[in-house]
Ligand binder design. Structure first.
Ligand SMILES: *[C@@H]1O[C@H](CO)[C@@H](O)[C@H](O)[C@H]1NC(C)=O
Ligand SMILES: *[C@@H]1O[C@H](CO)[C@@H](O)[C@H](O)[C@H]1NC(C)=O
Ligand SMILES: *[C@@H]1O[C@H](CO)[C@@H](O)[C@H](O)[C@H]1NC(C)=O
Ligand SMILES: *[C@@H]1O[C@H](CO)[C@@H](O)[C@H](O)[C@H]1NC(C)=O
Length: 395
């Protein structure tokens, strides 16, 4: 170091400041760059929480989170042949078992627009006075929440992409049919969050767009799905949920159909990026990408500290909020692969490296990506952090 500083004296002023800046920057960078072999170890840890008998990552995490676990595995398999070989049985087992499992659950939106899901297998940890929900009548990958249905549709699209097995695409298409039936039935337009019709929010609408746009680029009836994706986007962009700062609030007020000022969650800044990218891919219209980058830049500026992504719920994000950040990273990867920017590659790399250096114990990854590791990790924190690692490795 002394030697370096001595030599610095001999450099011209401008070269010296450039070098000082570089040294300052590199001392901030975590020591280790994450590797494919690290991602494989993280995959093994994730599978330690896989419940083979039901095809879900329970009780470590929940129903919709399990769809996200499946998605990150397929995304890793797409760039790693070893995981691709290992994960085949996970796809088929989850497909056949999860849809038969009578999962008991109920979702609510709490203070600060924080979603909470209560599961029968976590009983008696339901809020006091709540009756244990009845077992669902098994209905495949459908339940009472349109966002949950979409996560599964997207998981099966990701599995289709890596297996080219038509069965998975067909599953995604049939889930979409159930969602589509609810479109436009709210007083505000767009999609309901739930079949009980209590809330019109960003996540359910972004996911509807995202599923339709993914299917437009894969299914036989392109124009059908494209039309739905465009219908949803034309509503969403004027819905008021995208605010003047280009970040997206949680949802609409029940009574007025105006932006409810709900928390700007990372996943709501993420899903839209994948949806707009797939729309651009389907239409060759680059204006979707311009909008996506405005939203991505606004999110990175609003939700990062020293370049690392955070949600405002940390460190108490519950079983749902612990999944959010990975959704942003995964969808930034989709945007980055279609229309690259150095700043997005840097973002993904810094977050992935920070997770591996600061937020890890063995191969387990926890909630806060800047660290420190907080025990216990679970399949939600693991799969979410893996999204950032896969995003960095893939771009
Ligand atoms: C798998 O899930 C079922 C249903 O919730 C549960 O009874 C069983 O104990 C779980 N298995 C493991 C290994 O956690
Ligand atoms: C919206 O209104 C319904 C019906 O009155 C109510 O059950 C629900 O809790 C409200 N949702 C929100 C997010 O305020
Ligand atoms: C494609 O969707 C359109 C509706 O947009 C429908 O009229 C048509 O029958 C569908 N075609 C196929 C092959 O499914
Ligand atoms: C998983 O870990 C996160 C972060 O500690 C926690 O908020 C969440 O409740 C855990 N999930 C379950 C199902 O226990």
């Amino acid at each position: 170091m002394l030697y370096l500083l001595d030599n610095l004296e001999m450099l011209s002023f401008s070269r010296r400041s450039a070098l000082v800046a570089l040294l300052a920057f590199s001392s901030m960078l975590p020591a280790t760059a994450v590797t494919t072999s690290n991602a494989e170890d993280a995959y093994d840890a994730l599978q330690g929480w896989y419940n083979e008998s039901v095809g879900l990552w329970i009780p470590s995490t929940g129903w919709w989170n399990s769809a996200n676990c499946l998605t990150v595995i397929a995304d890793l398999a797409a760039i790693d042949d070893k995981v691709k070989a290992q994960s085949q049985s996970v796809y088929s087992n989850t497909w056949s078992r999860a849809q038969q499992y009578n999962l008991q659950m109920q979702k609510v939106v709490g203070a600060n627009s924080m979603p909470w899901t209560y599961y029968g297998h976590h009983w008696p940890f339901f809020p006091k006075g709540w009756p244990k929900p009845p077992p669902r009548v098994t209905n495949g990958f459908l339940n009472d929440y349109y966002d949950d249905e979409s996560w599964w549709a997207l998981a099966w699209v990701a599995v289709y992409d890596v297996t080219e097995n038509q069965q998975y695409l067909t599953t995604a298409e049939s889930i979409f049919e159930d969602m589509k039936a609810a479109y436009g039935t709210t007083p505000c337009g767009g999609m309901w969050w739930d079949k009980a019709n209590t809330y019109v929010n960003a996540i359910a609408n972004e996911l509807f767009l995202d599923v339709a746009a993914h299917l437009a680029n894969r299914a036989a009836n392109k124009s059908y799905y494209l039309e739905w994706a465009q219908t949803e986007w034309n509503w969403l962009k004027n819905s008021g949920m995208i605010n003047a700062q280009n970040t997206i609030n949680d949802g609409l007020d029940n009574a007025t159909c105006k932006n409810n000022g709900g928390t700007v969650w990372s996943y709501n800044q993420g899903v839209i990026l994948g949806g707009l990218t797939e729309l651009s891919r389907a239409t060759n219209d680059k204006s979707y990408i311009t909008t996506a980058k405005q939203i991505a830049d606004a999110a990175i500026s609003a939700l990062t500290i020293d370049g690392i992504l955070h949600d405002s719920c940390e460190p108490d994000c519950g079983g749902d909020g612990s999944q959010f950040k990975g959704v942003f990273a995964r969808n930034l990867q989709i945007l980055q692969q279609y229309s690259p920017e150095t700043r997005y590659a840097t973002f993904l790399e810094n977050n992935a490296n920070s997770i591996w250096s600061n937020d890890r114990q063995g191969s387990e990854l926890s909630l806060v990506w800047s660290g420190p590791f907080e025990a216990p990790a679970n399949a939600s924190t693991q799969s979410s952090a893996m999204d950032a690692i896969v995003g960095a490795l893939a771009t």
